[in-house]
Design a protein around this ligand. Structure first.
Ligand code: FES
Length: 132
């Protein structure tokens, strides 16, 4: 069996929503100390929905594929739904990742949550309201 699924390879070769957003409403940046990879998510938020999302990832192919997939998963979605996003959902959407690459999808989950936390702190919103 191939190490990486077709979906992982496809998102790695043709990542969606690459880049940055000028005047983003929220930015989430996370890194993994062990591998040194860094992921940054930019969100535009309108009416408590993600109206646009872009990413910059300095990292491995699985991190790029996870970033790309997560942007597709959250675009247009309400923040209440986005805060429930897990790395498991990202991994499943990619038809799996090798065990030693699961942390790449964790980075995607963390980057999204960090961005929403950034949005909350900039707008004086209690992060908990989206968790209900
Ligand atoms: Fe660290 Fe992929 S190897 S994010």
């Amino acid at each position: 069996m191939a190490l990486y699924s077709e979906k992982v390879m496809e998102h790695f070769r043709h990542p969606r929503n690459v880049g940055s957003i000028e005047n983003a409403d929220a930015i989430g940046e996370v890194g993994n100390g062990k591998c040194g990879d860094i992921m940054r998510m930019y969100l535009k938020i309108d009416d408590d929905k993600v109206s646009d999302v872009k990413f910059e990832t300095f990292g491995c192919g699985s991190a790029i594929a996870s970033s790309s997939m997560v942007t597709e998963m959250i675009k247009g979605k309400p923040l209440k739904e986005v805060v429930k996003l897990t790395n498991k959902a990202v991994t499943e959407a990619l038809d799996g990742l090798p065990t030693h690459k699961l942390h790449c999808s964790v980075l995607a989950e963390e980057a999204i949550h960090a961005a929403i936390q950034d949005y909350c702190s900039k707008n004086n919103i209690d992060y908990g309201v989206y968790k209900k």
